[in-house]
Write a protein of this length. Structure first.
Length: 191
């Protein structure tokens, strides 16, 4: 993918929920494995939607991953012979993930991160914007808007079937919460 002088780099895959970020991350990591490269995969432990231990896409594709909650935990697992480092749900880490990804790339690793670029309010999410700034490659994926079928770049948060308000707390005990992909026109965040 890159030039003749072997050095590391950062790839970022972003988009709303259901845009295929995990699918794309898994695809790139599998191809690296086919090329006999040593691959290691991490995901933030807050995301346990299907399996505590794997990166799993909404269509059921999966790859083994290590659950961590701090960016620095990555160093406990990285050996010199690792070629490719994958990180899913990168938006949940703090800004230290930017330094860790940069350090790994500087040490010759290919670093592939995937995550949400915007939160349910449509605002930049955690460290993702900074990672996009320092990365060599950025791919912004779209899903399909569940209202009109257009390309969707935003994630609609629904609480008991209604659009979540801007000020609604992130953790709502006892409420039925769901998310769907929406385009700009149909993304609703009541004040
Ligand atoms: P992400 O990691 O971005 O949430 P995934 O890779 O887990 O996305 O899942 C992508 C898959 O989700 C698609 O291939 C498709 O099968 C499914 N899907 C469900 N709802 C939608 C939608 N609204 N738009 C696009 N794909 C969707």
């Amino acid at each position: 993918m890159y030039g003749p002088n072997h050095h590391g780099w950062i790839e970022v895959v972003v988009g709303p929920m259901y845009s295929g970020k995990s699918e794309e991350l898994i695809r790139r990591l599998r191809r690296a494995q086919i090329a006999k490269q040593k691959v290691i995969v991490f995901k933030h432990s807050i995301d346990d939607r299907y399996s505590a231990k794997d990166v799993v896409s909404h269509n059921g594709n999966k790859i083994k991953a290590i659950n961590i909650s701090n960016a620095e935990d990555i160093y406990n697992y990285i050996q010199e012979d690792v070629d490719v480092v994958g990180i899913d749900e990168v938006q949940f880490f703090d800004d230290n993930i930017v330094d860790v990804a940069t350090d790994l790339a500087n040490r010759g690793k290919r670093v592939i991160v995937a995550g949400l670029d915007m939160d349910f309010r449509g605002e930049p999410f955690g460290p993702t914007p900074k990672l996009m700034a320092v990365a060599e490659f950025v791919d912004k994926l779209s899903a399909i808007c569940m209202i009109c079928g257009s390309p969707a770049h935003r994630t609609q948060r629904l609480i008991n079937g209604k659009p979540a308000k801007y000020s609604d707390p992130i953790v709502l005990v006892g409420a039925a919460e769901s998310y769907e992909a929406r385009c700009r026109l149909h993304h609703e965040v009541p004040k």
